[in-house]
Write a protein that binds this ligand. Sequence first.
Ligand code: 5RP
Length: 229
Amino acid sequence: MSKEMKINAAKEAINFVKDGMKLGLGTGSTVDEFLILLSKEIKNGLSICGVPTSKKTRDLSNKLSIPLTTLESVKTLDLTIDGADEIDNDLSLIKGGGGALLREKIIAFNSDELLIIADESKLVDKLGDFKLPIEISPYEHEVTSLRIMNKLNKIGYEGTIGLRKDNKNIFITDGGNYIYDLSVGLISEPNIIEQTLNLIPGVFENGLFIDLTKKVIIGGQEGTRIISK
Ligand code: 5RP
């Protein structure tokens, strides 16, 4: 979607950032726009420190002179700003299109608030059109992917699963893991899918973010709107 929509959402998110905050910094093109605006605020005197969810966000933050720290140093975060691939009516999300889902979920879980910024195209009635990313240990990963399909078949989901590639190479996450992208049609019970996946040895995390956010900023051509629950 258009860069303007992402910038609009990012601008609105800046209003939620207060002096002295410890911020989680998500990953993706919408977050990149937020980082650019955040760095301008920092140049104007805003004092914050950020914990990045990916090497990409860390590198851009360093380039923009955004002060960074680690979760270990600060223990909890006041606010995390991140993007999403799909957002449903309950504000459940699919994330991980950029492959950062494990670190994004760790940061979201350890944050008082997760604020999602996205353009209108990310809003859906039901999750599942976007393939669900699952981060998996490289060790015997093909068998893990078969187990995933077995378990899902048993609870009534049929579909396909595929190892994510970066051109011809296997896509490797910042943590050195693989991503499998799962397509099982529209997901009527995200909770059950999440629990089923995370009980399978070899699965580190999946891209379903349920009950982790209460506020989403949607950027449109004309401006923004906030959806809260
Ligand atoms: C990365 C993510 C991103 O937040 C998601 O893919 C959205 O990215 P973008 O803002 O580029 O549309 O989950 O793992």
